[in-house]
Structure formats: C-alpha cells, structure tokens
Design a protein around this ligand. Sequence first.
Ligand SMILES: Cc1ncc(C[n+]2csc(CCOP(=O)(O)OP(=O)(O)O)c2C)c(N)n1
Ligand code: SF4
Length: 346
Amino acid sequence: MADIQALNAIGLSRTDYRGLPSTLCQGCGHNAVSNQIIQAMYEMNIQPEKIVKFSGIGCSSKSPAYFLGRSFAFNGVHGRMPSLATGALFADTSLYGMGVSGDGDTASIGMGQFKHVIRRNLPMVYIVENNGVYGLTKGQFSATAEKGLTLKHEGTNLFLPVDICLEALASNATFVARGFAGDPKQLKELLKAAIKHRGTAVLDIISPCVTFNNKDDTIHSYAFGKEREVRLHDLIFVPARDQLTIEDFEEGTVRDVELYDGSVITLRKLERDYDPTSRSEAFRILEEARERRELITGLIYVEPDAPSIFDLYELPEKPLNRMTEGELRPASQTLNQVHSWLFSNL
Ligand SMILES: Cc1ncc(C[n+]2csc(CCOP(=O)(O)OP(=O)(O)O)c2C)c(N)n1
Ligand code: SF4
C-alpha cells in the first residue's frame, strides 16, 4: 500500500499510471508487459498526458486500455497502427508515442506498415507482444510461429518464422531490442531506454499466450524463456539528470551508450563482448540465436544519432497542432513561387 501511494518526482503515484482492470486471460504475458509500462513511466516521471498510445487489433492491441488511463489513445484498424502514429505524432511532436501491437498485427497484416514506419524513423516506441499465435481469434499460427510447432486445434505449422528483430534491422531500424514478459526487470529498463530514443524503438517482447501457445518446448512459452533466455548484458537506463555513479556495475566491463537527450544506457558485459552499435554484429547474434534455438534478450542494436523523420522534414520546435492559422498558412510570396514552379512549363 505504502509503495502504491509513494509519489514520484512530478507528484504522481503508481495509480496515476494505471488503466482499467485487465480483461485478458490470467497469466497472459501482455498483462506483465502492461505492468512494466506502468512502472517504467512512473519511475521516469513522465506526465501521462504527454503520452499517446496506439494499437491495432488483437489481445495485445487491447492492452493499452489497461495502462496509462490518463494518456491519449487510439485503437485503429488491424495492422495500421503505424499510419495513425505517423499522423498524430507529426501533428504534435511534443508527445511520446507508444504503439502496442501483436505478432499477427505486425508480422502478418501489418508487415508493410511496420517496415515503413521504421525506415522513416518516426520517434515512437513500437512494442510487439509476440506470442506466435493470433490469441484474440483463438490461436491460429502467426507469422512468428516456429516451423513444426504443433497445436491442438491447428495441426502443425509448415512455414519458417519471421523474426521481428531481423526484419527491423533489415529496414534500417535505429533501436532494436528483445525482451521477455517473464523477465520484468530487464523489460522495464528496455522500456525506459526505448521511450527516450529519438526514432522508432522496436521492442520485440516474447509474451506467452497461456491459453493457446504455452507448451514447455515452444519458443513463445514461459518455460522455454526461463530456461533458454540468454541475456546479452545486464542493462540499466540512467535518465539525463541523474548522476552517473552505478555501484552495481563496478566489476566487469561496462559500456555506455548515450542517447539524444543525454540519457545513458549502461550495459555490463556478461559472457560475451557485444557491441550494440554494430549492425553486422546484431545480424550475426540473431542468426546465431536462431541456429542455437536460444532466446537472446537485451539491447540488440542502437544508433542514437540517426535523424528522425522530424529532423528530415525540419519540423519546427512548436507542434503543428498548436500553431495559429496565420502561422500555418504559407506567405503569398511562397504561394506565388510554388504556383510559378508548378505551371511555368505549361
Ligand atoms: C482486416 C482484419 N483481418 C482479420 C481480422 C481478424 N483478427 C483479429 S485479431 C487478429 C490477430 C491477432 O493476433 P496478434 O496481433 O498476434 O495479437 P494477440 O491476440 O495474439 O495478442 C486477426 C487475424 C481483423 N480483425 N481485421
Ligand atoms: S488468448 Fe492468449 S493472448 Fe489472448 S488474453 Fe488469453 S492468453 Fe493472452
């Protein structure tokens, strides 16, 4: 009780970051993800009204109702969440964008939108709650289901899986991480780093569907994750204003990655020496994990200084939706120039 009522630096309690009670199945990985979003945003002292949530269709896409009840939100058409996010965030660059999708919503119907929002580097967190099935429509195989997976009502999956992180990297993503709903501590730090990244931060979260795909030997299950999770590093996120003295990380090799606003992701080497700023390394470890059938988690790739779509379009500091009509309307001289440019060759 005391913890729930404790106030963060902007005077809000954890309750201010909650949403409606979840209607998802008990034990669903998506609930664990929602809990970590609540905790991470509370600890980051982010005003809930500065966040806008987007989602498509699926159990995962329902989950934004269960966290950040005071934030803006739009639940869109299946697989089309990135378009919504692009429009809304373009109009108001002062908001943090948080998209929640599923492996069906992203890797099946929404694959085109997923790839294009990434290559445009729209500043937003793009969460894929990945369970290998279409939970909402009763457990059909999704595009991330392993080949050979056998489910009671579906038979055996014949096709090779799509790897969300590999697809993101191939689309020139500037932030790619993998988390596991059964590893809340790491997940919370990844969420904090993702929200501060100035670009599309892809978080592929293995989030078991306890109703349709949770057999011990399948890669999207809790048991598999607990047994086969290989963390790339111990990771903590340090916001820009905090002092960088981290006692936990005294021993072992430490690597810091500084983000756009001066925040730092501190990575402590585990058994392997991994450089998350190397794209080729990222491809290599993902391929390696696939061959070994391991669940690699952590920060897989980050490019903190790449221009976002807002930089490329040279958007002004002041959000477009706060501008007056006079500020938005081009000067008559500019309109004349455009007019002569358009019609000079007619
Ligand atoms: C255009 C369209 N096609 C198909 C559907 C049916 N449908 C609803 S949710 C869903 C897949 C959901 O799977 P996923 O995104 O993995 O979410 P989960 O429920 O597993 O969290 C499908 C195919 C739909 N709602 N709209
Ligand atoms: S059907 Fe699966 S994905 Fe949907 S709420 Fe239940 S456990 Fe979660």
